[in-house]
Design a protein around this ligand. Sequence first.
Ligand code: GLP
Length: 261
Amino acid sequence: MKVIRVENYEQVSENAAELVLREWQANRKIVLGLATGATPVGFYRQLIERHREEQLDFSQITTFNLDEYYPIARNHQQSFYMFMQEHFFRHVTIDPARIHILSGEAADVEAECSSFEHRIAATGGIDVQILGIGQNGHIGFNEPGTPFRSITHKVILTDNTIQANAHFFAEAAEVPRHALTMGIETIMRSKKIVLLASGKAKAKAVQQALHGSVTEEVPASVLQNHPDVTFILDREAAAIIGGESPYAPTGDSCWIEDNRR
Ligand code: GLP
């Protein structure tokens, strides 16, 4: 696994955008796996800025979002559909027909999940998957204990995750109790994975994901089994991973550490 250590959140966002834009420059039809949550907001902001400054045209990219609350109306202020519109899609040239977000309104959940898997496969698979990480090590909405063999499925959210996401809602009681999410195997099929983490609340999960045992109790630890994973961490998120590595200067995407065993 590759680790890019930077000073702060802004630099996490800049490095992530730089990495994705480099991949996009090599392949304008790139298939991106996208994430929600507070962490990737700065990354989207960077992409929007670069899009404006350099007139970048993203109309050929295809996107698949990791997850969506269930049930939730598409136009609910806190749906991940609305999040993506607000933080990214409505600011850039992107083809709505190439945007794929699991539906929190689906009556037939199984059909929705299996159609999502088929749509990913039909594009040839996700080229670059962006991930955040939950404080308990979850990726997407795959909570501890989720089988590594899981594909897109419906989950029950843990209290920890409900509390962590409650600040987006008026109160914790409003957070939906379920979600639809890409499974661990769906994520692992991506050709390249980029995990972003910022702040001390993520330090323990990051340490376990990078250096802990590979266990379903820490979903992100599965990434140790993937051939192309990059963690982009700020100083606080990287606080307990050890190592003497210097910090990457802003915009510098050189690989600082390689912990592949
Ligand atoms: C949610 C999302 C995850 C995200 C996590 C961390 O549970 N489903 O994909 O990684 O929160 O969110 P944040 O970036 O807000 O800390």
